[in-house]
Design a protein around this ligand. Structure first.
Ligand SMILES: [Zn+2]
Length: 361
């Protein structure tokens, strides 16, 4: 970064261990106790360069069932060719250990850890855990990347989300290098929103589905982490960027109007024009009972992977394209392209059956 925030003084002591510059260590952070009284310890890989520099955390499985990011972080940890030239990298493949152990989004007290920050040392189970993570990890870091997927029964085209009114978040978001960036602050008490408030600019990446390591999503996350490291001048590897980047200010969940079975007309990541058919709701026997149309020019940033819906259930999350973008022109940029983005589109498209809309009115 040419002109970023002031970076913290790096400490040689992390989570009770001495980790001198130029060394790497696996450490653990106790965040609670299990029902059988075992100490719950988050596993953290710390890598320090010989030279001073920014302190960056990368976390995954804050929602315990969202494990694509675990794959990306494990890949970075095992990548001995990654030469850290300055600063400190904290890699946390599984942040929400009790939820991960249950293959669940939620903690055993049914709370969402990602709505519990900055936490309270005397509060609920979720709040205590959030407090420990926040004070032992986040407040010692200069920047953060948190990796997520869509919730159950949905999939997401990879997007970075962040509060772009914060110039450091904006730089991180562009550096990460997804095609689509969503300008959002994040829910109240979410990890990234509170981290930003506490002076640690943090972005999230959303991509793919729960309970899976999807190769193209893992690859997108690895590329993004390396792009950020390069931008912070922590490594000198070349960056890889998408063919274009678009920042979206608004998105809208398009919801089913009838109970029934959806014929999808779009795939995750598709660019659509206003009034383009998104999905036709049919009876179990296949009789059409209404087609959902795009209310604006947009990008399919998320969609249901389960075609059976009731009224009000989400069908697709459409990001609104700013008026300066011509959807037809953007689509032409995607043809005969062997980029990672094209492979993501092709791969995510295999999880939905796309049927051409009927031309009959
Ligand atoms: Zn999540």
């Amino acid at each position: 970064m040419t002109q970023g925030k002031e970076c913290s003084q790096e400490s040689n002591h992390w989570f009770g261990e001495e980790i001198p510059p130029g060394t790497s260590r696996n450490v653990s952070l106790a965040v609670g106790e299990s029902y059988s009284g075992m100490t719950l310890q988050i596993q953290i890989h710390i890598r320090r360069a010989a030279a001073e520099g920014p302190i960056l955390f990368v976390t995954a499985a804050l929602h315990g069932d969202e494990i694509n990011g675990c794959g990306a972080i494990r890949h970075i940890i095992q990548d001995n060719s990654l030469q850290l030239e300055r600063g400190t990298l904290l890699l946390v493949p599984v942040l929400n250990l009790p939820a991960f152990d249950r293959h669940s989004r939620y903690l055993p007290d049914r709370r969402d850890l990602n709505r519990s920050f900055p936490g309270d040392a005397k509060g609920s189970l979720a709040s205590r855990m959030a407090h420990t993570i926040f004070h032992e990890l986040v407040t010692h870091c200069d920047y953060g990347i948190d990796l997520h997927t869509a919730a159950v029964r949905r999939t997401n085209y990879p997007t970075v989300r962040g509060d772009l009114s914060n110039p450091d978040v904006k730089k991180l978001a562009h550096a990460f290098g997804t095609e689509i960036i969503l300008n959002t602050k994040g829910p109240r008490n979410s990890f990234r929103r509170e981290a930003c408030k506490a002076g640690c600019p943090t972005i999230i990446m959303e991509g793919g589905e729960v309970w899976k390591l999807e190769p193209v999503i893992v690859e997108t996350a690895v590329r993004g982490i390396k792009n950020v490291l390069r931008d912070l001048r922590m490594i000198s590897d070349p960056t890889e960027h998408p063919r274009y980047q678009i920042t979206l200010e608004h998105s809208k969940w398009i919801r089913a109007e009838h109970g029934g079975f959806l014929d999808f007309h779009i795939r995750p990541g598709d660019i659509v024009e206003k009034n383009q058919p998104l999905a036709t709701n049919t009876t179990i026997l296949g009789e059409p009972q209404g087609t959902l149309l795009a209310p604006f020019n947009g990008v399919v940033i998320g969609m249901s992977s389960l075609p059976a819906v009731s009224p009000g259930e989400p069908v697709c999350n459409l990001g609104k394209l700013p008026s300066q973008y011509n959807p037809a022109k953007l689509k032409t940029l995607r043809t005969t392209d062997e980029s990672l983005e094209q492979r993501v589109l092709d791969e995510l498209g295999t999880s939905v059956l796309v049927i051409e809309p009927s031309t009959e009115s």
